[in-house]
Design a protein around this ligand. Structure first.
Ligand code: ABU
Length: 606
């Protein structure tokens, strides 16, 4: 370093780190004591001047060296005691020096600066590891610190203001965000169709966020573009497509909408330029238990929600193929244009797998686009022992499959696949000349963005790719088999438990649906649970059964003990739906769920 260069703490720390980076080790500090005492004196003089004349005082070279030596000794000591106690890396118990930085105001400029931000960043990362990752998934801890909305508004300083704040204050807010958020990776979070915390997925998510790519052109996202091609191709091959196109979308709802969009385009390619004013009545068919995103897609794509025809299901919630045929005939009589049938592989509530092969027969005969919504149940495809559940899926025209569900990739990770290469691009491209230039210096077929509806797009692939690389297909399959067997085990426990426990049906996927009836309701007739109400007493029973799940849910959430969802379905009173995705869940946890529900029910009104 030139002596004339302005010397700051930033500089000497950087040179130490540069040395360390080059040699892989901490450089030895100079041990010449005479030089050391001279520098110490100089340091005292410098301190005097800088305190008198302010922080702008240039650091004399000797002082700069003194500080550097002090810093090196600190680093070496830390290395010897095998614990890193330096001010820049200790974050859980910050030293006074790092606290000073935490007390500094956040800057308005974009871009990380080591001196200004390193302590803050490491403190946040360290806190996340402790509080969200390890403590947040520890069975000894609550999974939620429940607050009513008004209480939470009081506890958290949510209002954005004219003035910024210090790093310390922002850090404290981040701690509150973690504290009051639901720990969805906790083994007792069995509430929704996602749960669990996968370490490799999390790392992929963090790396994605640090790099912040937008995956539309190869030039800005080379690695992610190729990674998407690889993962989509591996998933398409598990589906059984001989050729394919595909994309990552912001969620299962949008992936399902892509299915309807391609189906509509395949029927009316001119819709792309002419719009839908002359198309007549377009209809799509799906089962009464299909995901509500199909209704939204019909609303969005100009079919209208009334023109989503709902096909009956059988006793376990699978599409009734005879009724499907009947509905198609009825629509033909009305001269409707049927653009799509959507089969579901793993319905949202019951987890039923529609008979895809039989539905494919119907669609093939009628020339109708078959979309399979395997957002939830698609994980079964990865296990040779489970993939039979979606027999015939390779005959679908398009498929939705969400790795963020049964495969536990972090939110969000949804994939849309079609066996018609080129159709996504034909349907969606708008050829923006400022983004998809054809005269670029590389093979522009790798600029995959124009087949999407989105322009800017997060790289959702890395987290799932990291998991797949880490565990291999065999590891992912073991995970799937584990959660399916847990579901079977839990269903068995419910069946054997006694009179208060009623299993709704044998699970097809990892949804286990059941009623828990407190002693006062043990004699409720089975017909009431099926929604067949004939007498006033039945109606009374129905009301009382329906009130059980919401009451127990309130208690479990307020106490932070577990989270499981409930719902009514087709005339049945509220029942619980336990969903298993995390292979961290054990048989002991299943017992915990049963015991907790019984405990919570004690002293309740029924
Ligand atoms: N597509 C997710 C639906 C939410 C749930 O039932 O968990």
């Amino acid at each position: 370093m030139l002596r004339s260069e302005r010397r700051t703490e930033n500089n000497w720390k950087r040179t130490v780190e540069e040395d360390q980076e080059k040699t892989g080790d901490v450089p030895e500090p100079c041990d010449e004591s005479r030089k050391g005492s001279e520098r110490y004196l100089l340091y005292l003089v410098y301190l005097f001047f800088s305190l008198s004349y302010g922080a702008a005082t240039p650091m004399p070279y000797g002082v700069w060296e003194y500080e550097r030596e002090r810093y090196l000794s600190q680093k070496l000591k830390a290395k010897e005691s095998n614990e890193d106690t330096t001010t820049t890396t200790t974050v859980s118990t910050p030293s006074p020096a790092s606290l000073v930085r935490m007390e500094e105001k956040c800057g308005w400029e974009t871009g990380p600066n080591r001196v200004q931000h390193e302590t803050f960043l490491k403190a946040v990362l360290d806190m996340l590891l402790e509080k969200a990752v390890f403590e947040g998934t520890n069975r000894k801890n609550k999974l939620v610190e429940w607050q009513e909305p008004e209480e939470l508004k009081q506890k958290m300083n949510l209002a954005v203001r004219e003035e910024g704040m210090t790093h310390g204050e922002l850090f404290a807010l981040m701690q509150q965000v973690v504290k009051y958020s639901v720990k969805t990776g906790h083994p007792y979070f069995i509430n929704q169709l996602y749960s669990g915390l996968d370490v490799y997925g999390l790392v992929g998510q963090w790396v994605t966020d640090a790099l912040n790519p937008s995956v539309y052109t190869y030039e800005v996202a080379p690695v992610f573009t190729l990674m998407e091609i690889e993962v989509l191709s591996a998933m398409a091959s598990l589906v059984g497509f001989e050729q394919h196109d595909g994309l990552f979308s912001p969620g299962g709802s949008i992936s399902n909408m892509y299915g309807m969009l391609l189906a509509r385009y395949r029927t009316f390619p001119e819709i792309k330029s002419k719009g839908c004013s002359e198309l007549g009545r377009l209809v799509a068919l799906t089962s009464i238990d299909a995901h509500y995103s199909l209704k939204k897609a019909a609303m969005t794509l100009g079919l209208g929600s009334d023109n989503l025809v709902l096909v009956n299901t059988d006793a376990v919630g699978r599409m009734d193929v005879n009724h499907l045929k009947h509905c198609i005939e009825e629509e033909k009589k009305k001269k409707s244009t049927i653009i799509m049938v959507c089969a579901t592989a793993g319905t949202t509530v019951l987890g039923a797998y529609d008979p895809v092969a039989a539905i494919a027969d119907v669609c093939e005969k009628e020339g109708i686009w078959l979309h399979v919504d395997a957002a939830w149940g698609g994980g079964a495809l990865i296990s040779p022992a489970l993939r039979h559940k979606i027999r015939g899926i390779h005959r679908a025209d398009s498929v939705t499959w969400n790795p963020h569900k049964l495969l536990v990739a972090p939110q969000q990770c949804s994939v849309f696949l079609t066996r018609h290469p080129g159709l996504l691009k034909a349907c969606n491209s708008a050829s923006a000349a400022y983004l998809f230039q054809k005269d670029k210096f590389y093979n522009t077929s790798y600029d995959t963005g124009d087949q999407h509806l989105q322009c800017g797009r997060r790289a959702d692939v890395l987290k799932f790719w990291a998991m797949w690389k880490a565990k291999g297909t065999s590891g992912l399959a073991q995970h799937m088999e584990r959660v399916f067997s847990l579901a079977e085990e839990f269903a068995g426990m419910v069946s054997r438990r006694g009179r208060g426990w009623r299993l709704l049906q044998i699970p097809e996927c990892t949804n286990v649906c059941f009623w828990y009836l407190p002693p006062a309701l043990h004699d409720v007739p089975a017909a009431v649970l099926q929604g067949t109400l004939t007498t006033p007493a039945d109606h009374q029973h129905f009301k009382r059964v329906s009130a059980v799940a919401p009451r127990l849910k309130e208690r479990m959430v307020r106490e932070g003990r577990m989270m499981i969802t409930y719902q009514p379905l087709r005339g049945r009173p509220n029942f619980f739906r336990l969903v298993l995705q995390s292979s961290q869940v054990t048989s002991h946890d299943l017992e915990y769920f049963i015991n907790t529900i019984e405990e919570l029910a004690q002293n309740s009104q029924e």
